[in-house]
Design a protein around this ligand. Structure first.
Ligand code: DAH
Length: 354
């Protein structure tokens, strides 16, 4: 049996609901009020369920009161909903000003080393060079022996090596079995290419190389090189000079002076160090060229006959040049980047400039 006060409460509940609706600030708040009174578990719905338990004589009045309250609250909520929606839509519109400049979509950047590598590939490609890639895990035979750096040769000390434990490689009938390592230069690709191709040809090999050494402003234990190799019946030093000069001029976008300095590499004879006239002081001497007026760009030379023998070429019929340049060094010179470690720092302030 429902208590008497409950039916007396209805007008009070109704007034309370109506005043709450009147001052509601948002449609969200309004819907909360609505469901508190008229929702599936709302107060007035509960009353409806109990009509049947009310004394028969009072039942019609009680029911009418509830229905009236529901109707009044429902109508008030409907009106209020309309008003609040209008305000909310208007507010939303006013925050959308079509005359405001748009927000630029953030786009990714290619890493400066990628840009430089692509540029180099494009230049060599336009001179007819093929672009070859090869394995970073290499065997000692390709990385050293076949390049005329036999075991125990002091020249192996020139390349501080990351050796790979235990695994031994070697293809039947081809290279003898030897230890694995992270290639210390891209030169082993000279061997791999010549093992499977006959001259004449000209290729470049961009790729990563590794050295077991401490990092500083100009050294990283992982870095990139561009290897070059051109072999034919009469490829000469003059051809090399022409090719590197054309390359540097395209790469730096200005006239370049080249100097070849005698040097030593086991896989070339003669060997040179390739210098270019300092880009920053035009040869007068500055801090970047250590006052020498020249910048060292990389090693090169005429392919050693022992290298040709390792790939079973007829040394009386072929000759060619090879070179190896550091990609990071080229990028640093082109864009005046002072520290090689910036390339792998993940600092987008660097890459955003390109
Ligand atoms: N592989 C050498 C290095 O990493 C660079 C080099 C020198 C490559 C002379 C060559 C070359 O092809 O002819 O130190």
């Amino acid at each position: 049996m429902i208590k008497r006060q409950q039916s007396d409460n209805i007008p009070i509940i109704k007034e309370e609901a109506l005043s709450k609706i009147r001052i509601a600030h948002s449609t969200v708040e309004l819907e909360e009020i609505y469901s508190f009174y008229l929702g599936r578990k709302g107060i007035l719905r509960n009353f409806l369920i109990t009509i049947g338990q009310f004394p028969a004589a009072k039942r019609p009045d009680y029911a009418r009161n509830i229905h009236e309250a529901i109707k009044a609250i429902d109508m008030a909520a409907r009106d209020k909903r309309g008003q609040l929606l209008l305000v909310e839509i208007k507010n939303k519109r006013s925050s959308f000003d079509i005359t405001m400049p748009g927000i630029a979509v953030k786009r990714g950047h290619l890493h400066p080393l990628t840009l430089v590598e692509r540029k180099i590939e494009h230049i060599f490609n336009s001179m007819g060079f093929g672009i070859i890639e090869g394995p970073e895990i290499e065997d000692a035979w390709h990385n050293f022996d076949a390049l005329n750096i036999p075991p125990d040769h002091p020249a192996r000390e020139l390349w501080d090596t990351f050796w790979i434990k235990s695994k031994i490689s070697g293809r039947a009938g081809k290279a003898p079995k030897s230890k694995l390592l992270l290639r210390t230069h891209t030169s082993p690709m000279q061997i791999r290419y010549m093992e499977t191709h006959q001259p004449p040809f000209k290729i470049i090999v961009p790729g990563k190389a590794y050295r077991f050494e401490a990092t500083d402003a100009s050294h990283e234990f992982q870095f990139n090189q561009i290897e070059g190799l051109m072999v034919g019946e009469d490829v000469s030093v003059a051809n090399f000079k022409f090719v590197v000069q054309a390359f540097f001029e395209h790469f730096f976008g200005k006239e370049i002076n080249i100097r070849l300095r005698a040097s030593y590499f086991p896989f070339t004879e003669p060997s040179f160090e390739v210098d270019i006239r300092c880009l920053f002081c035009s040869g007068r001497g500055c801090s970047i060229c250590a006052r020498s007026g020249w910048l060292e760009m990389g090693g090169a030379g005429m392919v050693h006959r022992e290298v040709f023998k390792a790939v079973k070429y007829d040394v009386s019929r072929v000759q060619g040049f090879a070179f190896g340049f550091g990609l990071e060094r080229l990028a640093m010179m082109k864009y005046k980047i002072p520290d090689v470690r910036l390339f792998n720092s993940g600092d987008i302030q660097l890459s955003q400039q390109f």
